[in-house]
Design a protein around this ligand. Structure first.
Ligand code: NAP
Ligand code: MG
Length: 516
């Protein structure tokens, strides 16, 4: 019997011993700079000369290493190995499969600082954000291990005299796991372990901005957990080449994707095709973007609202699907809230993420820097820049946290996912209008409402159309098991990662009826 699930605590970096441990973690992560990352195929590590670099976004051109690009032959080999391995893995008892997850969690707990430090350098997370990412990865392993046991239990059916009936959940087959770079450990681990724990075999294609941390997890599964050959394989390379090849292959039974709407919709379309030889409809589990609003009512606690909005807008530089990118405020309190938001935004420290005093680090890469910078200029036309508005004068992909006031509800700044530190402030006539503005989006991932009025809380609960609605708290920071996570509409298939429904997406039900 496992103890009940509990969330992994966040590290208190005000304590000396934790700061020292993080410094050591950073040193350990740096000692791997220059590595040549390998692929994991059929239980063996292989390196390819054709490789791509992963850059540290705080620097001009420092590389963590070079990472192999999987060739078409590598993908072929991976499918052959996975198809073979599935015949055994599908019948391994759930408790045994869960054991691999628990072992992975234990290893990540032991190597927490090194893993966090890898993300500080590879994607520019500050200490707390990187620590939170590792904690969430550990949570997914612990939570899904327990869930796998629950899904393997006998399922209740209505009794029919003279017959023995049973329903059991069986795995789907060989699947693709395609994660984003922004929670490069947590989401990668969550989708992978959910698939593995339920008896599927996984071809993992990490995001090209974060192959190093993905490789660290692959090493944990292979070297420390001793996952059987072919059950889990690691194929780095470009999404549009390696990812697409895996998505389109008739041997792929399911695709677990988290990333942008455009890429997700492209995958959804390709997955819908049934090439010759394919004998199933591919299942897709798609988690995509957001344009997440925080609504502030006229009688709200404005300090709490300002603190929540700034944390949700600029945590990890606004590069979260749940990041607050629209602040919808009832006009009576607009000026007061704006001044508090601006004050807090200006107090944020932008700089190197390995410095523990840093709040806001770099954005992920040069292309993102250019796109976000462009949006800041659009913001200057569509509204009035009240804080930030451009780059920091130094090398690396640093942009100042930016607040744009006076944005119209249908302006580009209010509709398009920017995925950077840009907050659009939109004034509403009243609470009713604020909710309508909040819902006026193709997305529906997270949202928050700050109000002291019970009737308005109830109204928001009924009408605010998002997968994760928060009341009087910020719209980021979902905890595994506590806040199952996923969105409506173009935010995806609402898979509710970290919830009790999630593993069912990787399973199919089989009913056996035996007549006596
Ligand atoms: P992205 O550009 O869509 O990439 C996501 C993954 O898809 C990467 O591994 C990428 O590989 C791969 N890919 C790209 N083109 C592909 C293709 N044609 N076929 C198969 N795979 C392909 O997203 P991102 O920039 O990594 O992540 C940011 C986005 O993720 C934002 O929109 C954010 O809102 C969303 N997100 C959503 C959630 C959620 O739970 N709803 C959580 C986190 C992030 P390459 O890196 O090699 O291109
Ligand atoms: Mg990078």
């Amino acid at each position: 019997m496992l103890p009940p699930f509990a969330n992994e605590p966040f590290t208190d970096f005000t304590r000396d011993e934790n700061r020292r441990a993080m410094e050591q973690g950073l040193a350990r992560a740096r000692s791997r700079f220059g590595e040549h990352g390998r692929l994991l195929l059929d239980g063996k590590w292989v390196a390819r000369d054709d490789a791509f670099v992963s850059l540290d976004p705080s620097t001009k051109d420092r590389a963590l290493g070079r990472y192999s690009k999987a060739t078409p032959e590598d993908v072929e080999r991976a499918f052959a190995a996975a198809t073979r391995a599935f015949e055994t893995w599908r019948h391994v008892p759930a408790a045994e499969r869960a054991g691999y997850l628990l072992k992975a969690a234990a290893v990540m707990r032991r190597r927490k600082f090194e893993l966090a430090a890898t993300m500080v350098h590879e994607v520019g997370k500050n200490w707390a954000e990187a620590d939170g990412d590792v904690a969430e990865a550990i949570d997914f392993c612990e939570f899904y291990a327990r869930e796998a046991l629950r899904w393997a239990e006998p399922q209740p059916l209505v009794h029919l005299p003279g017959e023995e009936n049973g329903l059991s959940y069986i795995p789907l087959g060989v699947g693709a796991v395609i994660p984003p770079w922004n929670f490069p450990l947590a989401i990668l681990v969550g989708m992978t372990t959910a698939a593995l724990a339920t008896g599927n075999c996984v071809l993992l294609k990490p995001a090209s901005d974060s192959p190093a941390i993905g490789l660290r997890f692959a090493e944990i599964l292979q070297e420390e957990c001793r996952i059987p050959p072919g059950v889990f394989q690691f194929l780095s390379g470009s999404g549009s080449v390696v990812g697409e090849r895996i998505v389109c292959d008739p041997r792929t039974r399911f695709i677990a994707f988290t990333g942008s709407m455009d890429v997700g919709l492209g995958i959804q379309e390709k997955a819908a095709r049934t090439p010759k030889g394919q004998i199933w409809i591919k299942r897709t589990i798609m988690e995509m973007g957001g344009k997440d609003p925080i609504v502030v009512d006229s009688d709200a606690d404005l300090d709490a609202a300002a603190a929540g909005a700034v944390a949700a807008a600029f945590g990890f530089q606004g590069q979260k699907c749940s990041a607050c990118s629209r602040l919808v405020v009832v006009k009576d309190v607009h000026d007061e809230l704006l001044s508090r938001v601006v004050e807090r935004t200006k107090a944020l420290r932008t700089g190197d993420p390995w410095d523990p005093a840093t709040d806001v680090g770099p954005v992920i890469n040069r292309a993102a820097f250019d796109t976000i910078h462009e949006y800041m200029k659009v913001g200057a036309k569509e509204g009035r820049v009240a804080a930030g508005g451009g780059p920091l004068d130094r090398e690396g992909n640093f942009l100042l946290p930016t607040v744009v006031d006076g944005v119209a509800p249908r302006a580009r700044l209010a509709q398009e996912e920017i995925f950077g530190p840009v907050l659009a402030v939109i004034a509403a006539r009243d609470f009713e209008d604020a909710l309508a503005i909040a819902n006026d989006s193709i997305y529906g991932l997270t949202g928050a409402v700050y109000t002291r009025r019970r009737d308005r809380i109830e109204e928001a609960k009924r009408r605010f159309h998002v997968g994760n609605l928060y009341v009087n708290r910020k719209c980021t920071g979902a905890l595994v098991g506590v806040h199952p996570f996923g969105g409506f509409n173009m935010s995806g298939t609402d898979s509710k990662a970290g919830g009790r429904d999630y593993l069912g997406l990787f399973l199919q039900a089989k009913v056996v009826s035996e007549r006596f």
